[in-house]
Ligand binder design. Structure first.
Ligand SMILES: [Zn+2]
Length: 84
């Protein structure tokens, strides 16, 4: 399955059903950003994608991607981390 990396926009072959839409090269970056989002949500639980994006210096779309991947959840306008 050929996918587009959400960080570098390169095509990569998805080898398994790992939920992250990220190429191998960007995986450490992806994990780092995810950890920052989780940490931010701990401090500011009622944040939206715009606020998170602004605070972390990333595109709000990127925050939304994590929701698409079911790694974080939005309920009542706020995000929370899903259990692994
Ligand atoms: Zn990439």
């Amino acid at each position: 399955m050929i996918c587009i990396c959400k960080h570098c926009q390169k095509q990569y072959i998805k080898k398994n059903n790992f939920y992250t839409a990220t190429c191998e090269a960007c995986r450490p970056v992806d994990d780092m950003i995810f950890a920052q989002i989780v940490a931010y949500l701990k401090n500011y639980p009622n944040s939206n994608a715009m606020q998170i994006g602004d605070a972390l210096g990333i595109k709000p779309m990127l925050v939304v991607k994590y929701i698409d991947e079911d790694r974080i959840r939005m309920s009542g306008g706020s995000f929370s981390r899903l259990p692994d």
